[in-house]
Design a protein around this ligand. Structure first.
Ligand code: GDP
Length: 366
């Protein structure tokens, strides 16, 4: 049967004969569209994602974390459903925060520690929280070719840092990514961040233990870390204790041992420990790990481990509440318009801040 052919409708008369492509009658032009939209839905089928996750499929885990990191409301619904579904399967890992200034050797340490752990039959996931990506959309932790050996190991999963978003958003995504990794069977989760700001407090609220890496050389400012970060650490490790740095590393260890005596421990019943290591030469890695174990056993025995997890759950609830309210604001067009007007009135001293907030709350109806 001869099918009727005609020029596409976008062709003007002068180019009628110069286009090889013809429209053929009887062909459904929406075919491709339908197929694509079906594919998207298929990709986001919650049951399939769930099944893939619990089978430990790394491609699915990556897809799930991408969904978690997405800002789209459609993906948020999927994330929420999935997190509800996997929640009973989560919580069985040790969550470890690792921080330190850029260049201290975090990647090298995670590569060494991670390799040691997978060789000892552990499943290790590495997540990164990078405040630089929030500010600059660049990524200090993600740009480098990092942890090459570890990333090739079947029992390791490494996720580069997400970019963009508020710190609160980062906390939510990181927490959900931890849960996804746990559901996928990873029993040690390493969460890396750089020791230069607020992100440490965020990460501290997501982990069981917090490790601070330091350079040989004393003084927090000299180290390039913010004051206060030391107070969050359960273990301080002076890295690069090798070659010409060895003496300095040991002096730094003594200096921090004295300094932390004056600080309050972030974990009840545990005195922070100061160690030295060479991540590059893989010296002292096992000692760091046995100190982590000592900490876990100690806090589990005292009940503080469970207490901290429970407290983190409540903090998590608060994060979700704020996240929900914030999204409600952002989605409400009337609110946005009214806010601009109210801001103007405020700047022109037509209303007081208290009147402004009353008006806004009225608009939201909360
Ligand atoms: P990060 O920015 O904290 O992730 O640091 P990297 O792991 O990328 O390390 C920064 C630099 O320090 C690299 O050139 C590493 O080879 C080097 N480095 C890391 N650990 C050690 C160590 O234990 N000893 C020495 N001498 N160099 C190290």
């Amino acid at each position: 049967m001869e099918l009727k052919k005609s020029n596409p409708e976008w062709i003007t008369d002068n180019f009628k004969n110069e286009v090889a492509g013809k429209v053929v009658e009887g062909i459904d032009l929406n075919y491709k569209k339908q197929k694509k939209s079906k594919k998207i839905t298929k990709n986001l089928n919650i049951d399939e994602l769930y099944k893939g996750l619990i089978e430990g499929n790394r491609t699915i885990l990556s897809k799930v974390i991408t969904i978690i990191e997405s800002n789209s409301p459609k993906y948020k619904v999927i994330t929420d459903e999935l997190i509800k579904k996997i929640h009973p399967l989560t919580g069985n890992s040790i969550r470890i925060g690792i921080t330190g200034p850029p260049g201290v050797g975090k990647s090298t340490f995670i590569e060494s520690l991670g390799t040691f752990l997978v060789e000892n039959n552990q499943k290790v996931a590495v997540l990164a929280v990078d405040p630089s990506s929030t500010v600059t959309k660049g990524s200090i932790l993600g740009d480098k070719t990092r942890m090459e050996n570890l990333s090739r190991n079947d029992n390791a999963y490494i996720r580069p840092s997400p970019s963009g978003g508020t710190l609160g958003g980062v906390a939510k995504r990181t927490k959900e990514a931890i849960l996804a990794c746990e559901a996928a069977g990873y029993n040690i989760i390493l969460i890396e961040t750089i020791g230069v700001g607020q992100s440490e407090i965020t990460v501290r609220s997501l982990v069981d233990i917090f490790i601070l890496l330091l350079l040989p050389g004393s003084g927090d400012e000299l180290q390039g870390i913010k004051k206060g970060v030391v107070e969050l650490a359960d273990i301080l490790v002076i890295n690069k204790c090798d070659g010409e740095y060895k003496l300095k590393a040991n002096q730094t260890k003594s200096a921090y041992q004295s300094a932390i005596k004056l600080l309050q421990s972030p974990t009840e019943g545990w005195k922070p420990k100061v160690l030295t290591m060479s991540a590059l030469e893989q010296l002292g890695i096992k000692e760091v790990w046995s100190t982590v174990n000592e900490f876990i056993i100690n806090t589990k025995n005292s009940g503080y481990f469970e207490y901290r997890r429970k407290r983190q759950l409540v903090e998590w609830l608060n994060t979700l509440i704020f996240d929900y309210i914030q999204n409600k604001y952002l989605e409400n067009k009337n609110f946005k318009l009214a806010k601009e007007q109210i801001e103007q009135d405020l700047l022109l001293s037509k209303i007081s801040p208290n009147e402004a907030i009353d008006k806004l709350i009225n608009i939201l109806g909360i």
